[in-house]
Ligand binder design. Structure first.
Ligand code: DPM
Length: 346
């Protein structure tokens, strides 16, 4: 009975993402907007410094009731949202790993076998730090612009031997076939929230919150709560060399987290685990025992998931916090402070 208005960035990427979401929800109007992040295409993301780069304009529209929900890549959403907003759904995570896209002339090669001093395009400090250490024969340079622009820069010029992009983003654009290598955790761990879509809503819009809550993917929610709690405790924004890897196995949630110096020579990496379901299963359940249902509007690192058991979410948040505290006790703060200063001075 009500038209739901969806806010989204005005790119091919966001469009394809939103269209699949509309089909999902059987909804209607999608309002495309150009965000600050889309406008400043020539500056490295890590140099812009504004945390809510891709999200501010969309949140304004949400606040003004011009749209009712906004679709984001979770990894672009800060770990602390502005007051009045919440993540009402975290969709099932796609492949969270990074991928190598080669210049056509390097077809058949991998990062290992590319010639000495081949130039790899990425403006992610996280990717550069890990890959510099792992593949010292390669060189790394910033590349900016949306996915279309980057692929063009790669293919039509001779500046880059390859570029690194998230597998999930390439997939949503229909560019699966350009992926020549998926980077596993031993090569490059992923960014907090990578590969998952998030739906941001007004925190007090009960109707919309309830409607989108069915889209929560339980494993993804718990993994992302742990990852975001880890990043928040480290006070990392979207531009720090912090990486994670999470897994749900046998009722346990495993979180590996790491911080790096800009060249990767200095790093700290640890793994911790927690039980996330002992007596209860945490599928999205209507028949959840009543004491398990959360009445109050609880947000954990910006996520509202009232239809999932609170204890599992609490355990996940604590896992992220504990792991961050462990790394901080080993000197993570110093590594990140130096990385930030060097990046600012670049
Ligand atoms: C964030 C980073 C990047 C994006 C930093 C990082 C990549 C920046 C760059 C937080 N957001 O990953 O270390 O390469 O200049 C972004 C992409 C996606 C969401 C593109 C990508 C698609 C994948 C997803 C930009 N945001 O990472 O290749 O939806 O998770």
């Amino acid at each position: 009975s009500r038209v739901i208005r969806i806010g989204t960035r005005k790119s091919q990427y966001s469009n394809s993402t939103t269209i699949s979401l509309c089909i999902y929800l059987c909804l209607s109007v999608s309002v495309g907007m150009t965000t600050t992040g889309d406008k400043i295409l020539d500056t490295a993301l890590s140099k812009i410094g504004e945390k809510s780069l891709f999200t501010k304009e969309l949140e304004t529209a949400l606040e003004r009731n011009e749209v009712d929900l906004v679709v984001h890549s979770l990894k672009d959403l800060p770990t602390t949202l502005p007051p009045g907003f919440t993540i009402g759904a975290v969709l099932k995570r796609e492949n969270p790993h990074d991928a190598v896209v080669l210049h056509p002339k390097n077809m058949g090669k991998s990062l290992d076998t590319l010639p000495d001093k081949s130039v790899i395009g990425t403006s992610s400090l996280r990717r550069a730090a890990q890959l510099k250490k792992r593949f010292p024969h390669l060189e790394f340079k910033d590349i900016r612009g949306n996915l279309n622009t980057r692929l063009k820069k790669l293919d039509e010029k001779d500046d880059f031997a390859a570029i690194i992009l998230a597998a999930a983003g390439l997939r949503r654009m229909g560019w699966d076939s350009r992926v020549s290598q998926i980077l596993g955790p031993e090569d490059c761990m992923y960014a907090v929230g990578q590969g998952a879509l998030a739906i941001e809503v007004r925190a007090r819009d009960e109707d919309i919150l309830e409607m989108v809550s069915v889209l929560h993917d339980p494993d993804t929610v718990l993994r992302c709560i742990a990852e975001r709690a880890f990043l928040r405790r480290l006070e990392g924004g979207c531009s720090v060399p912090v990486a994670v890897h999470t897994e749900v196995k046998d009722s346990q949630l495993y979180l590996t987290g790491a911080v790096y110096s800009l060249d990767g020579s200095d790093s700290l990496k640890e793994t911790m685990q927690t039980i996330i379901s002992s007596n209860y299963t945490y599928q999205l359940i209507k028949g959840l025992p009543s004491q398990e249902r959360v009445d109050e509007r609880v947000q954990r690192v910006g996520v509202t998931a009232n239809n999932m058991p609170g204890p599992a979410q609490d355990a996940s948040e604590k896992l992220g916090l504990d792991l961050a505290n462990l790394l901080l006790s080993k000197g993570a703060k110093e590594i990140l402070t130096v990385a930030r200063q060097l990046n600012d001075a670049r």
